[in-house]
Ligand binder design. Structure first.
Ligand code: LLP
Length: 431
């Protein structure tokens, strides 16, 4: 099985975190997002302990909220002593609502508004990750008004090609994020930040992209960042104490994806940083990373009910389900691979080759093409694996379809963390 938290029970049903998925579908209805709480906690612990071991000091992971954002998640992240990255006032609001200590939050975004900046300061957000010169001026203005010194990191574009889907690559020079090193703009922004009495520049950030299997681009990123830190020390006399490398480590969506050893990747990156810092005469910085997908993706599963199979002779078979692009737009957007299982017949041979189609009124609403599953019948529970990241957070009400609930699984059983939307929810904002 692709994940260690799935199995098949004596009734031939798929289990997730030890629980019968067909029973969960009956109890909570479908479509249904499931989240394995222990899996999230384990992933947090692995990142935290590997980062402490290899980078030492105050180094730690910051959970990237954009991958999965609801109140209960922030409680878990707080328990596990990770920081967070937020990219909007809405994510920050959700964290505050959950009682997350937002001095441990880093506020990202390439288009922060004046509202975002002042709301962030009102909430007491620890750091802003400053994207550009106009934004720095706006942060300075707001900090001066309050008579405070705001901590920031500057986001750099390190010009690394991470070899991932072009829509989720962010570190190349043509990126909309951050300031480029080559053009001299990164140095200029650093100079501007250092000259402001209301700004406390602590260091630099970069994020090269997402769903990256190879460790080499992260090592290259680390090298470019440390070289930049050395140049800045030499030219401006400022030695950064924080280096934030962003997120981006991949997860396995299908059996053909390679295994990834996150702790080993962290080790390899640390070797680059230590060697380079020693060679260039820099103190070791506090290293931060911002994993999202690799913390939550494999902790998630989506359950649907099959609504019917359509055979187009000599062309293809469609299996339609009661959800689709409103709860998971990732195949429509990025042709993302997923593993699909007929959860009701998980012990039966995968004899049916089909395209799993969603319920929306457009042909591109597909969950996955050409998958092999046990012969489906109307009413079977269909499971899509590894949906913990960028599914709920990217969901919509397209075709006025209500969002599914999120049910958490733990040793004690299951509980609802986000309830199912109702028809009333769909019209709530309409006057
Ligand atoms: N830090 C920053 C600044 C980011 O922009 C991102 C993701 C992360 C951290 C977390 O990256 P992760 O560890 O999750 O790869 N919607 C796309 C993914 C977009 C990622 C955007 N930024 C998808 O569904 O694949």
């Amino acid at each position: 099985m692709i994940c260690e938290n799935i199995s098949i029970n004596a009734g031939g049903h798929l289990t997730f975190a030890g629980q019968d998925t067909v029973e969960l579908a009956e109890r909570y209805g479908t479509p249904l997002y499931l989240i394995d709480e222990a899996r999230i906690r384990n992933n947090c612990r692995q990142y935290l302990s590997a980062m402490k071991e290899h980078f030492g000091g105050e180094s730690k992971p910051l959970f990237a909220s954009k991958s999965l954002c609801f109140k209960r998640i922030y409680e878990i992240i707080k328990d596990e002593r990770l920081g967070i990255d937020v990219v909007s006032s809405g994510e920050l609001f959700t964290a505050v609502q959950a009682g997350f200590p937002v001095e441990n939050a880093y506020f990202h975004g390439n288009a922060k508004t004046d509202f975002d900046i002042s709301y962030g300061m009102d909430c007491g957000v620890g750091h802003f990750v400053c994207d550009n010169a106009d934004e720095l001026t706006a942060i300075e203005r707001e900090a001066a008004k309050r008579g405070i010194e705001q901590k920031i990191l500057i986001r750099l574009t390190p010009n690394i090609d991470p070899h991932t889907h072009e829509k989720i690559a962010t570190g190349k020079i043509d990126s909309k994020f951050g300031v480029a090193i080559e053009t001299g703009q990164a140095r200029e922004l650093t100079r501007q930040a250092l000259s402001s009495p209301h700004i406390r520049l602590e260091g630099f950030h970069a994020h090269i992209g997402s769903q990256i299997f190879d460790c080499t681009p992260f090592c290259d990123e680390a090298a470019v960042m440390v070289d930049f830190m050395a140049k800045i020390k030499e030219q401006l006399g400022f030695e950064a104490s924080v280096l934030n490398l962003g997120g981006g480590m991949a997860v396995r969506y299908t059996e053909s994806d390679p295994q990834i050893d996150y702790a080993e990747n962290i080790h390899k990156i640390s070797v680059v940083i230590k060697e380079r810092c020693a060679a260039l005469g820099l103190k070791l910085p506090t290293v931060l990373m911002e994993p999202g997908r690799s913390i939550v993706a494999a902790a998630g599963m989506t359950l649907y009910t099959a609504t019917g199979k359509k055979e187009i002779p000599d062309v293809k078979n469609y299996l339609s389900v009661d959800g689709g692009m409103p709860d998971n737009p990732r195949y429509a957007l990025y042709q993302s691979p997923y593993t699909v299982i007929n959860a009701s017949k998980a012990d039966k041979p995968c004899s049916c080759l089909c395209t799993v189609a969603g319920r929306c009124c457009e042909s591109g609403d597909l969950i996955q093409e050409n998958v092999r599953i046990a012969e489906p019948s109307r009413g079977d529970v269909i499971a899509v694996l590894t949906t913990g990241a960028y599914n709920y957070t990217m969901s919509s009400n397209y075709n006025a379809i209500a969002r599914p609930p999120i049910v958490m699984l733990n040793e004690g059983g299951s509980y609802i963390a986000v309830r199912r939307e109702t028809f009333e929810d769909l019209t709530r904002c309409q006057l």
